[in-house]
Design a protein around this ligand. Structure first.
Ligand code: SF4
Length: 449
């Protein structure tokens, strides 16, 4: 059967969607390969969150299309957010592309690839397929896994889409309106993962803690998401549960209490801030204030002392003054985040912020980006002094992505830890001593009893 190479850009949701596509193609008999060279099918699962992400995928596709002259039978396709936002225009811009599949049609990729190959075999005029329609229930099609041997950590997609409409964000137009999967189906998926040896699941959604707000009722004072968390944490054999990416407004007291009451809910929250200035938060339509954000952090720290926070911050949003930026730095210093993804504002087409007054220069965005990264380094240095020598527990996932002589794992607070590779530890919940750190990557030794 033909070989398939899938390259994924962007977020964990894209990684999970690519896994489902890979699983479908494998079940149709295609061979999944690790390299694009010589692959019969090359699929790029794309991201539109920033212009740079799109340019990377376009650059890659141009290279592939150039090589295709030597592989006339090859099928190359664009999937995901960029496919959704640009649709058939991609065919005009990139002649070598045969397939464009949007974010609600990942379950159709296998059928389309079959069609394109049948046409090649039958030497009929190869059609070029564009499938970006919306499909009710498409969120329920991301449910199967292609686990690696002894894989102990897995993503579980619980919903798709977002109704928030932050003024800088293209996600609502690429991922559509919020649609959630039934609790029972998600719990069954987690049970099946545990039976296959998985010990940790990360629940995924663009606005994960507002899961089910349009579909499922509040019960016993618990939101649908809190009901789901309790159900997933109760699955026998699940050691650790995480979720990403939440929105601050979705943290009501029932969810905050989960960090006190659910022992296998990991004490780490990725809590996007975006800005520390109320004026800019308003212009972003973020629906919270800096005070509200700080109060939420306090509540979560009261529910679980030692809880770790990471965040997303945009620098250089239109109209951002020195004082707005100063307030962002102040809030970052006050929360003392474990880490933060700092993004220079990138205008996205058809988003309100793209046409706002006061667009800032790339140079100023870069300058503020550097200032914030230096502040994060300072915070990390202090944390290293605080934690070095301490004992912690990691779930050993396997080979480090950067150093084959090392295994990697994560603490419950989501800190990345490297240990000397030893098959004995693969897949284990391992107590370790933290011995060294770069501030963002930690090194440790197993605690030998
Ligand atoms: S909540 Fe997140 S995904 Fe939704 S519009 Fe805002 S930034 Fe985008």
């Amino acid at each position: 059967m033909p070989s398939v190479f899938i390259k994924t850009y962007g977020c964990q949701m894209n990684v999970r969607d690519s896994e489902q596509v890979a699983r479908d193609l494998a079940s149709r008999g295609y061979d999944l390969v690790e390299r694009e060279e010589g692959a019969d099918v090359v699929l790029l699962n794309t991201c539109s969150v920033r212009d740079m992400a799109e340019q990377k995928a376009i650059g890659k596709m141009k290279t592939l299309a150039g090589r295709k002259k030597r592989h006339q039978h090859q099928v190359i396709g664009f999937l995901g957010c960029m496919a959704q936002s640009r649709g058939s225009a991609i065919l005009d811009d990139l002649p070598g592309v045969d397939l464009v599949v949007g974010t609600q049609k990942f379950h159709e990729v296998g059928r389309h690839v079959d069609t394109l190959f049948r046409q090649r075999r039958e030497k009929t005029e190869p059609a070029r397929i564009v499938d970006i329609a919306e499909e009710t229930g498409s969120q329920n099609t991301i449910r199967d896994h292609l686990l690696a041997p002894r894989q102990v950590s897995a993503f579980v997609s619980i919903m798709q889409g977002c109704n928030m409409h932050c003024t800088f964000c293209i996600v609502p137009s690429t991922r559509g309106a919020e649609r959630s999967r039934p609790i029972a189906e998600i719990v069954a998926e987690v049970e099946s993962l545990v039976q296959q040896g998985v010990k940790e699941v990360t629940l995924l959604g663009q606005i994960v803690n507002l899961y089910g707000r349009h579909e499922f009722p509040v019960a016993a004072g618990r939101s649908p998401f809190t009901q789901l968390l309790h159900a997933v944490c109760a699955v026998p054999g699940i050691e650790r549960v995480r979720f990403t990416s939440p929105h601050p407004i979705g943290f009501k007291d029932d969810l905050v209490a989960c960090f006190r009451d659910l022992p296998n809910l990991c004490e780490h929250v990725h809590l996007p801030l975006q800005s520390g200035s109320d004026r800019i938060l308003k212009a972003m339509h973020r629906a919270y204030t800096r005070e509200g954000y700080l109060r939420l952090v306090e509540k979560l720290r009261a529910a679980h002392p030692g809880i770790a926070f990471t965040t997303d911050v945009i620098v250089g949003f239109p109209g951002e003054t020195e004082d707005d930026f100063r307030q962002t730095c102040e809030l970052v210093r006050e929360v003392a985040f474990d880490n933060a993804f700092v993004f220079r504002y990138s205008p996205r087409h058809d988003t309100p912020a793209a046409t706002m007054e006061g667009q800032l220069s790339e140079a100023l965005k870069m300058e503020r980006n550097q200032v914030l990264l230096r502040l994060l380094d300072e915070i990390a240095e202090r944390r290293v002094k605080e934690l070095l020598g301490r004992e912690d527990q990691i779930l050993v996932e396997g080979e480090s992505r950067t150093n084959p002589d090392r295994f990697q794992g994560r603490t419950r607070t989501n800190r990345l830890v490297l240990i000397d590779a030893n098959e004995r530890w693969r897949g284990e919940l391992l107590p370790v001593h933290l011995t060294e750190s770069t501030g963002f990557t930690w090194y440790a030794e197993p605690v030998l009893v």
